[in-house]
Write a protein that binds this ligand. Sequence first.
Ligand code: ADP
Ligand code: MG
Ligand code: MG
Length: 199
Amino acid sequence: MLDADFFRRWMAATAASVHREADRLTALDSAIGDADHGSNLQRGFTAVRSALEKEAQDTPGAVLTLAGRQLISTVGGASGPLYGTLLRRTGKALGDAAEVSTEQLAEALRAGVDGVMALGGAAPGDKTMIDALAPAVDALADGFAAARAAAEEGAVATTPLQARKGRASYLGERSIGHQDPGATSSALLIAALEEAAEG
Ligand code: ADP
Ligand code: MG
Ligand code: MG
């Protein structure tokens, strides 16, 4: 079972890998966007980390809801409201249980991803974070390692696609041949689940 500490470790591990990979995320966003994805998420997850250190949220749902709120209020770019919605919706779907199973997390994350699709209007194949998140949710029944592999594969598979949502879509065919920054950061978020599970 996954408790509030697991979810705090998940957010802390995400913050650490966003910090490590910030330059790469920004470089990807400079090719097909406005070169701020790394700094956007660094600002957001730094706020998440300090909010979680200050407030002792004692359920998985409360941890994710607080994290989502921080992302919405601190990230100016499109990714802030989208990731914020992902975590808030997922947190809301977990309710006030003290511990949740991996199956419950998978179900809640599916509600979160549905929330992102409703907010941003993107479907799989539009070259967005959805292309990493949706396959990861599908694979989560087989464990965190399977979810990580599916997210990484999904992110890599955005390279030949033409963007149909977000800033990259303004480039039309010129968005082809570059990996989507948001799908890349989503793969980091999912990979951090495995780190959280290792303790
Ligand atoms: P901005 O584009 O406002 O500068 P970021 O650079 O932080 O924001 O985030 C860009 C990423 O957000 C994209 O790579 C893409 O994955 C994701 N994104 C943008 N628009 C959408 C959308 N409508 N639905 C889902 N994801 C989106
Ligand atoms: Mg950007
Ligand atoms: Mg921007």
